[in-house]
Design a protein around this ligand. Structure first.
Ligand code: HEM
Length: 201
């Protein structure tokens, strides 16, 4: 099974090729940019959920598959960052090609809230490399990845949640976002109970 940085290379190439293919197949018009923005948001969601739920799934359903996912958590996280910076790149292209449409699709509060998610994504991606992670130290690393992970989760919950009433297509995406939080919370409560038992014994 593919793993490690090779996985990052292949996933990043596939997302970039998908985005470029969508833009080119639409003749480089605005509709192509919109399709590429939506498609990269979806690849980002899947990659984010794989990284965000990796430890929790090993806790809840230990198996060869979940342990593989856990071993590659860092690589799914970095691939998510690549996919989401492509999302941003295509958004910037749309903003420069058609400003009026850009402001119809977004607003200043989204830019501030979703823009802050990018600060977390950049910091989390940078500290997925050994040297910056060692520089930060394990306690701060855990805090950054805990807070950043939930901030990004909230960004997806808002971005997907506001589209759920518009089209049935968004129901499975909404279900995936909800399932990710449920898995994390279940694993957290199970770990908490186990620690309570250890503490009592
Ligand atoms: C400055 C930051 C961002 C801007 C300006 C932005 C802008 C946009 C725009 C304009 C669309 C709609 C494209 C269309 O319908 O044609 C979109 C879709 C979306 N964005 Fe972003 N975005 C930003 C950051 C984020 C972040 C941080 C997340 C999640 C962590 C996110 C998740 C999504 C999702 C889930 C969709 C819907 C995709 C779909 O229709 O399936 N975006 N974004």
């Amino acid at each position: 099974m593919m793993a490690g940085w090779r996985l990052v290379g292949v996933l990043s190439f596939l997302v970039a090729a998908m985005a470029a293919g969508l833009v080119i197949s639409h003749g480089g018009d605005v509709e192509g940019l919109r399709v590429a923005i939506r498609a990269t948001a979806r690849t980002s969601l899947v990659l984010f959920v794989l990284a965000f739920t990796a430890s929790a799934l090993v806790e809840l359903l230990p198996s060869e598959a979940t342990r593989w996912q856990r071993r590659n958590r860092r690589y799914f996280g970095v691939s998510f960052a690549v996919s989401h910076f492509i999302h941003l790149g295509v958004i910037l292209a749309l903003a420069s090609v058609d400003q009026a449409l850009f402001w119809k699709l977004t607003n200043i509060s989204t830019i501030v809230l979703a823009g802050s998610a990018y600060l977390f994504i950049a910091a989390m991606a940078a500290t997925s490399f050994d040297r910056p992670a060692a520089w930060l130290g394990p306690r701060k690393w855990r805090l950054l990845h805990l807070i950043g992970g939930w901030y990004i989760w909230i960004s997806f919950a808002i971005a997907v949640g506001k589209r759920v009433p518009l089209d049935r297509f968004y129901w499975p995406m909404g279900a995936l976002v909800l399932a990710a939080a449920i898995v994390r919370l279940l694993a957290m409560s199970r770990r908490g109970r186990r620690q309570a038992v250890i503490g009592a014994s």
